[in-house]
Design a protein around this ligand. Structure first.
Ligand code: FAD
Ligand code: DLZ
Ligand code: SF4
Length: 513
């Protein structure tokens, strides 16, 4: 009896359900670096380096734990370049009696796994991924009981279900949500916490050389690659976050500062999504910090909400909405993203900061993704599918199950409001309130028209005017439309002319690549 357990690049967890169901004595664990996965979008170079290095380290961890691992490297001359091709070769090598695999993270790969039993003539057990707190069936049951799929109610159900931040039946601190206490702008602070920097070891250096040679045309740089690539180092970064940053996480969750890439964020998403850290464990650690008096409730609740709430909710939406979700385009937007999304070369300082940091590190924090790059794409009417592909490409933590609902749903309103009651559209005033960006910008955030007017301003009003039929009926949009209605007709038309001139100029710079 031989069992084959394929372990995919985002399944780097020792307690993975497929491993838990197998017996070390008669199992071959299969890991494979394949071209299809490295190129289904042009992933940022650091994203490929992180995943391949983490995979190689994890293979060693599995061997140390007593597993037999069959590892196919990217440059193996016989490498077929796909999961299915490599499993076929492994079936020929090991003649397994069965295959056990933990379910895939996205529709594209699920279709592959579903085909294996017929293709290989071997029974294939596809097991639930219990690293997530909610199964597909659980989410379905929750959704079936609601008229509107509001995240807040899902989150409360998750708190009740896990007991995290609960005092019996009541939420700790007497309320479910402390968001009103968050959203503060930040000032430069010499003592701002910094994430740990991990010097590449020999394994990572090999991978960096491979990526430099084979993926030179992918976005971003490898310079300064310092991500953790093992569960141990990821845990050290988590320790650092809990010790130094959690305390102010809530206060400054939505703040942005020039030259400050991390602020009080955890920078743990790459590790969580690849399986090097456990989400519920992080929530319990945050709760323990609160109960020990080391972090205030607004920070701890805010942090737990992101993981227990948003992260699980986004996954639930992704699987519930099906493989066609990616095609939704509520506003019918078609504009190409400007080519400088791939270079960062723009004179809009907020975008230059967010894009520059993204290309340098494959990471940007939430409000940069939502209210700078995402907001701009929404205001110019960019094709939401292309915007989705850009996010999937450039972020180290991007896998379709979490990236797509965040981008197409939350940020681009492509689903017409399934997971957000109004679009996250904002003028320069929002960016100015939450950052110091505008003080460093060649544009004047207070101006709507003129050569030095902040482009976000005219674009914001133009977005409202352009999409009036779809957005005016939305009660949450009543206030901005009232303001728009109060403007003089000539003010409205000069604003729209300013936006049109900007968009013409943008289009003239040509499509990306
Ligand atoms: P922190 O700010 O420290 O937050 C703590 C944790 O909460 C994160 O590590 C993450 O696991 C979770 N989290 C926070 N917000 C979200 C959210 N909206 N959805 C899911 N989990 C969340 N996150 C990804 O993990 N992968 C993506 O591909 C991704 N794409 C995004 C695209 C857009 C347009 C937007 C607006 C957000 C996206 N996010 C994505 C959510 C969020 O930006 C990142 O999770 C966060 O910036 C990761 O950095 P961090 O670990 O320092 O997070
Ligand atoms: C993202 C990624 C990349 C770049 N390369 C690989 C790889 O070579 N081998 C692998 O097993 N996984 C890789 N991944 C992650 C997969 O794309 C991810 O595991 C699937 O999306 C699972 O749904
Ligand atoms: Fe961005 Fe406008 Fe502020 Fe410049 S002025 S940083 S373009 S919001």
């Amino acid at each position: 009896m031989t069992t084959l357990v394929p372990v995919l690049g985002d399944q780097l967890t020792l307690t993975l359900s497929s491993l838990a169901a197998a017996d070390k004595a008669d199992t071959v664990v299969q890991m494979m670096e394949v071209a299809d996965e490295t190129t289904y979008v042009r992933h940022h170079k650091q994203k490929i380096a992180f995943i391949l290095s983490a995979m190689r380290h994890h293979a060693q961890t599995l061997r140390d734990a007593g597993w037999q691992v069959d590892y196919v490297r990217f440059d193996d001359p016989d490498n077929s370049g796909s999961f299915t091709g490599e499993v076929a070769r492994a079936v020929a090598r090991h003649a397994p009696d069965r295959i056990i695999v933990t379910e895939a993270g996205e529709w594209r790969v699920r279709a592959m796994l579903d085909a294996w039993e017929t293709l290989f003539g071997v029974p294939v057990d596809i097991l639930t991924d219990d690293r997530f707190i909610v199964t597909h069936a659980d989410f379905e049951a929750w959704a079936a009981s609601r008229k509107i799929l509001t995240m807040e109610y899902f989150y409360r159900a998750m708190r009740q279900r896990t007991g995290v931040l609960m005092d019996g039946k009541d939420p700790v601190g007497g309320q479910w949500n402390f968001d009103k206490e968050n959203r503060k702008p930040a000032n430069k602070d010499l003592f701002m916490p910094q994430p740990l920097a991990f010097r590449p070891d020999a394994v990572t250096q090999d991978v960096l050389d491979l990526v430099a040679a084979r993926f030179a045309d992918h976005p971003g740089t490898l310079d300064g690659f310092d991500y953790a690539v093992t569960a141990e180092d990821a845990a050290r970064q988590a320790d650092t976050f809990f010790a130094h940053a959690l305390e102010k996480f809530g206060d400054y969750e939505d703040a942005m500062l020039t030259g400050e890439r991390h602020l009080w964020h955890s920078i743990l998403s790459p590790y969580l999504n690849a399986g090097l850290l456990d989400p519920l464990d992080l929530c319990r650690r945050a709760e323990a910090a609160y109960r020990a008096g080391k972090a205030p409730i607004n920070s701890v609740e805010g942090y737990v909400r992101q993981i227990l709430g948003w992260r699980e909710y986004m996954r639930g939406i992704y699987w519930r909405e099906g493989p066609d979700y990616v095609e939704r385009n509520y506003f019918g937007n078609t504009r190409a993203l400007p080519d400088w999304y791939w270079t960062g070369e723009t004179d809009m300082h907020c975008l230059r900061e967010a894009l520059g940091q993204t290309l340098a590190t494959a990471h940007a924090h939430h409000i940069q993704r939502l209210m700078v790059t995402g907001n701009f794409a929404l205001l110019i009417g960019a094709d939401p599918k292309q915007v989705h592909l850009w996010y999937l490409e450039v972020y180290i933590d991007a896998y379709e199950w979490v990236e797509l609902p965040n981008t197409l749903g939350m940020s681009q309103f492509g689903d017409g409001g399934l997971l957000g009651s109004k679009p996250y559209a904002g003028s320069g005033a929002y960016i100015n309130r939450m950052s110091d960006y505008c003080a460093h910008c060649r544009y004047d955030v207070t101006k709507r028209v003129g050569e030095d007017a902040c482009p976000f301003n005219a674009l914001y009003w133009d977005f409202l005017a352009r999409n009036e039929d779809k957005l005016r009926p939305n009660r949450r949009m009543a206030m901005p439309y009232r303001t728009w209605d109060r403007m003089k007709p000539e003010t409205r038309s000069e604003t729209r002319a300013q936006a049109a001139a900007f968009l013409d100029q943008l289009d003239a710079s040509g499509p990306p690549y």
